[in-house]
Design a protein around this ligand. Structure first.
Ligand SMILES: Nc1ncnc2c1ncn2[C@@H]1O[C@H](COP(=O)(O)OP(=O)(O)OP(=O)(O)O)[C@@H](O)[C@H]1O
Length: 254
């Protein structure tokens, strides 16, 4: 079946004064996939993500999201995408239900805060303030806020950074559920196991340039067929498996 393109980025350039942070990159994201932007610190991932999110201006290039040209119709794009708010946007005196009401008001829509919190397993924290949440709960709430306007596409910047293995796996399940409901997801991560489990395709960015785009499986198969061998003997489990096996799968933050 022909895959339909929901995001198309062509020759995107971003300069900060004389520094070229993004150097004419091009890629496409297919509808319904989880697409990962991977690369070392400072590679240009967040810059690229935030330009697509309409939060940062580009220097040049063409971006089309959901059929809208970002240069001409940024407001239409804002209606079909879900963006994580910076923690600073979470007014300290409002609880989670009130924050959802506030954000939905900004979109001019009404949402059922409790059913949204249910999606991210936070109904018991409905009356809690953001600052009272654990790291995993904060991330889950932040993902819930991206879903308020029932977007076609959501953008997640390092959604599991700083979380324990249980909370990380819990977020993976949540991200996969969101995708199963038909939402396209573009994310950045520094965890290659996470990218391997979640992403249908990944783009590696280094020094502002895309140096490869493929499915994780294909990247790995290509590397192996080029004669690559790991230095250390590969075991059937890793230390994270030991961690989960010893401490169980239950979330500890509640
Ligand atoms: N507002 C800014 N002004 C000047 N330079 C910036 C600005 N934002 C980012 N940069 C620079 O652009 C480059 C790319 O930054 P970006 O945040 O996009 O990288 P990243 O791939 O997301 O990195 P990380 O993995 O560390 O989050 C870096 O060298 C960074 O210092």
């Amino acid at each position: 079946m022909e895959k339909s393109i929901i995001i198309s980025v062509g020759n995107l350039v971003k300069n900060y004064d004389k520094f070229e942070a993004v150097k004419s990159i091009s890629f496409e994201v297919y509808q319904g996939e989880i697409f990962g932007l991977l690369g070392p610190n400072g590679a240009g991932k967040t810059t690229t993500l935030e330009i697509m999110e309409t939060l940062r201006d580009k220097t040049s290039g063409n971006i089309n999201i959901g059929g809208y040209d970002l240069a001409k119709n940024p407001n239409e794009i804002k209606h079909i995408i879900g963006v994580q708010l910076q923690a600073a946007g979470y007014y300290p005196n409002l609880n989670l239900t009130e924050l959802i009401k506030l954000f939905s008001g900004l979109y001019g829509i009404e949402v059922n805060a409790i059913s949204l919190l249910e999606k991210v397993s936070l109904t018991d924290k409905a009356k809690a303030k953001f600052k009272e949440l654990s790291g995993g709960q904060k991330q889950r709430f932040s993902i819930a806020t991206t879903l308020i306007n029932q977007p076609k596409i959501i953008f997640l910047d390092e959604p599991t950074t700083g979380l324990d293995p249980q909370a990380r796996r819990n977020l993976w399940d949540l991200i996969l559920e969101i995708r199963s409901a038909g939402t396209t997801i573009v994310l950045t991560t520094h965890y290659m196991d996470e990218a391997e489990i979640l992403c249908d395709r990944v783009a590696f960015i280094d020094n502002g340039e895309i140096i490869g785009i493929n499915s994780p499986d294909q990247f790995i198969d290509d590397l192996v067929s080029s004669g690559f061998e790991r230095k250390k003997e590969v075991k059937k489990a890793n230390l994270e498996d030991v961690f989960i096996n010893l401490t169980g799968k239950d979330l500890r933050e509640d």
